[in-house]
Every structure is written in structure tokens, then in C-alpha cells.
Write a protein that binds this ligand. Structure first.
Ligand SMILES: C[S@@+](CC[C@H](N)C(=O)[O-])C[C@H]1O[C@@H](n2cnc3c(N)ncnc32)[C@H](O)[C@@H]1O
Length: 267
């Protein structure tokens, strides 16, 4: 009964748009609360930006997970045939405040390639542009992105379609394919059934039994307030019109690492 009342009130806040200021207030509180310091000799974003993307302002987590996600993406790209030791053009879609770009961009540029990041949040993009190597721009919630067709070798998006409705995810799959060169790779993370079982709200797994794509907290699309969930089977189905699906790596049950789809634009 109490749960139903809570859900009813929450829906009211969502429908009236009042959830926005409340969510921002929560982000500001998180920024004030969880501020451990960690010096990794790279520009560190301010706490309030970290809280927007990570739900915490912990610098050690931000640094270590950014470094390991960047390394994992490069390893995955190399394992699927991209020569990451030479010059490659990389796009970080939904770059946030550069958690991964802080590690990826210097290496890509040092190898003679180019690095581009984009995000819907102008404050995050402004910090990246001021603080990190590479080119950064703001894109809209839906495509297109200001990038030429066939101009990029590798696109990655960590925890981005996890905040989009199905229509948005499908639109970005098509856009990523447009921007990739033939043979180029996309590494897109998503909330799959394994991630849901370990880290999701308890309602998600049962919902996935009869729904292909579940939207949790249906408001403020693109922000961390909304999260979306699907199965590996259905993600592959959405990607198939545009890509060869090379691998679908399950979300981790031990640490909160999302599922990764490894996709290749047919060449
Ligand atoms: C959970 S954060 C992850 C940020 C970053 N990828 C990382 O791993 O730290 C999600 C990010 O996706 C961005 N975002 C959401 N929808 C987007 C869209 N349609 N296009 C670009 N960025 C988007 C948000 O603004 C936010 O910065």
C-alpha cells in the first residue's frame, strides 16, 4: 500500500516536471557528501559534475574505473581487428566529464589519431573542452551528431543508451553506423539481464520476462534519473539492421560493469 502511494507520488512529480529540481538537488547533495581526493596527475572534474554522471563524487572510483574502462575498450577493439597502435579516429558518445576520455584521448592523439567527445550536457562538454585533449561538442538527445558519415574508426558509449527510451537507442544505433567507416567498431554498454539481476531494482528482471525494453523512472530522458533495461537477445535484434554483432559480453555480477555490445559496421 505504502509502496503504491510512493509510486503514485513519484509519477505525479514526473508528470508535472517537478522531479527535475528534486533530482538536481539530490545530485548536489551527493557532490557535497562523497568527496574523497585522489591524485592521478590528470585534470579532475569538479565534484558537482562527477555527481551528475557517476552518482558519486569519489575521485578514486572515477579515476580507477575510467582508466580500466579505457584500457578494456582499447583491448576489445584490438581483439576485434582494429589496429589501436596506429592512428585511429575515436568518438566518445556521451562522454560526460571525461571519465574515460581522460585516459583514452591522450593515447589516441599521441598515436597520431583524433579524439572527439560529445554529450547532451553543455556543462560537461565545456569542462572536457577546457581541460582535456581532443575536440568536444554538444549533441541533441536524438541524432544527428555533427560528424561526417564514415569519419570514425571506433565509437564507444559507456552507460548512455542505458538512459534512453527504445526509440532513442535505435536512433543512435543507426547514427553510430552512419558515422563509422566500413569495418569500424562500436562498443556500446547497456543494462542486460545479468546486470539487472545483480545491480538493478528487483522489479526489472520479472519485467524483462514479458517486455523487451524496460524504462525505469520514466522522466528526464538522458539523465541518470531514467534508467533503461533490455536483454542481450533484444539488443542484438536492435543492432542487426546496421551492424554485424561480434560479441555481447554480459554485465558483471561481481562489480557494477555493464554489458558491452561489440558491433562492426559491415565493410
Ligand atoms: C551515466 S553518464 C556516463 C558518462 C560517461 N560515458 C562515463 O562513462 O563516465 C551518461 C552520460 O550520457 C549523456 N547522454 C545521455 N543521453 C545522451 C545522448 N542522447 N547523446 C549524448 N550524450 C547523452 C549524459 O549527459 C551523461 O553525461
Amino acid at each position: 500500500m505504502r509502496q503504491r502511494l510512493r509510486r503514485f507520488i513519484r509519477r505525479g512529480l514526473e508528470v508535472t516536471g517537478m522531479i527535475g529540481p528534486l533530482h538536481r538537488r539530490q545530485e548536489r547533495r551527493l557532490a557535497r557528501e562523497s568527496g574523497d581526493m585522489f591524485d592521478d596527475q590528470r585534470p579532475m572534474p569538479p565534484a558537482e559534475l562527477m555527481a551528475v554522471v557517476s552518482g558519486t563524487a569519489g575521485q578514486a572510483w572515477f579515476s580507477e574505473r575510467g582508466r580500466s574502462d579505457a584500457a578494456r575498450f582499447l583491448e576489445l577493439a584490438a581483439a576485434h581487428g582494429l589496429d589501436t597502435s596506429g592512428p585511429i579516429d575515436v568518438w566518445d558518445l556521451g562522454c560526460g566529464c571525461g571519465r574515460i576520455a581522460r585516459w583514452m584521448a591522450p593515447d589516441v592523439i599521441a598515436a597520431g589519431g583524433s579524439f572527439t567527445g560529445s554529450d547532451i550536457n553543455g556543462a560537461l562538454v565545456a569542462w572536457c573542452a577546457k581541460s582535456l585533449p581532443g575536440r568536444y561538442f554538444t549533441n541533441r538527445l536524438r541524432p544527428p551528431a555533427k560528424l561526417h558519415a564514415g569519419s570514425v574508426d571506433l565509437v564507444y558509449a559507456y552507460s548512455v543508451v542505458t538512459h534512453l527510451r527504445e526509440k532513442g537507442t535505435r536512433a543512435w544505433l543507426a547514427e553510430v553506423a552512419r558515422v563509422l567507416r566500413p569495418g569500424g567498431l562500436a562498443l556500446l554498454t547497456f543494462h542486460d539481464e545479468d546486470y539487472a539481476s545483480a545491480w538493478g531494482p528487483p522489479e526489472i528482471l520479472p519485467a524483462l520476462e514479458h517486455q523487451d525494453y524496460v524504462v525505469w523512472n520514466d522522466a528526464m530522458e538522458g539523465s541518470n534519473y531514467m534508467s533503461t533495461w533490455t536483454t542481450r537477445r533484444y539488443f542484438a535484434e536492435m543492432a542487426t539492421p546496421h551492424f554485424e554483432v561480434l560479441d555481447l559480453m554480459p554485465g558483471s555480477l561481481e562489480v557494477a560493469v555493464q554489458a558491452v555490445a561489440v558491433l562492426r559496421r559491415p565493410g
